[in-house]
Design a protein around this ligand. Sequence first.
Ligand code: NAD
Length: 320
Amino acid sequence: MSGHIWSRALITGGAGFVGSHLCARLLDAGTDVVCLDNLATGSRANVADLEPRPGFRFVRGDATDPEVLAGLPGRFDLVLHFACPASPVDYLRLPLETLDVGSTGTRLALERARADDARFVLASTSEVYGDPLEHPQREDYWGNVNPVGPRSVYDESKRFAEALVTAHRGAHGTDAAIVRIFNTYGPRMRTGDGRAVPTFVTQALDGMPLTVAGDGGQTRSLCYVDDTVDGVLALAASAETGPVNIGGDDEITMLELARRIIALTGSASRVRHVGRPVDDPARRRPDTRLARERLGWTPQIGWADGLERTVGWFSRSAAA
Ligand code: NAD
């Protein structure tokens, strides 16, 4: 890991996709971990391997409940605020909860970090750039977000959370940083969460058509979860405040992604074009110069390797 060892970390949303990888990585590095999760979109199965380990504790609770956050016993020296429905399917199903965890949840997690004198990292998102008018997206770009569009519950929740982090740092000197994570993929993504990688992989393994939105020309830059975790922890270990982009550099069209997954799984599936969601960004690629220069971070896991590991995990889960 980044050379820094914390003694005790609180990870909100630790039973989710990215959070569960963070829990595992910190435990492996000798940090005790409290995983706080209400299981709105995550699952206990994501941390089942960690539960028997002595340094790990799962707490089922809501990050928007002041008694839960303040009542966790002991002191933390790291707070990672990752609780938030993250896929469009989830945040459209949980619109008010998504706004609450970005606002009240972020505020309470910041207050806990301040009370404990802990380092704090907010999981923000490339969605703060909306449907970007600048390409690639640099951290000083303010974004192009529709405040009343269907995605606004997520985008504005994270934008407000960023404002809270900034205000808390200014008002109280809280040691708080913001990471803007771009599309991340890997094991433990949920089938049916609507994101491209789990959707395509599951469809390919089931021999079903791969449902590509629109003409499939829209791009994303995907990052393997181990690289994202490296970036988050490098930021946590640094004195940087961010926002810092963490994401893959390889921009790929959704049609090309579908074709690669068909090839990798050896599936007989074909592509079927379906309607494009409202306000779906056309292009997405991070400018990661800041992360490279300030954190010494670069993604290590290439496409072929990352997709192979992901497909392997989905096939094993389907067989289990
Ligand atoms: P996820 O849905 O798998 O994980 C989110 C976790 O938060 C779940 O376990 C869920 O049960 C929990 N949660 C939600 N509301 C909660 C609440 N009020 N109290 C306690 N727990 C709550 O999503 P993910 O992909 O792992 O994303 C994790 C974080 O990273 C999110 O904040 C997301 O916005 C951010 N992020 C993820 C990506 C990505 O590509 N995966 C990209 C950008 C940002």
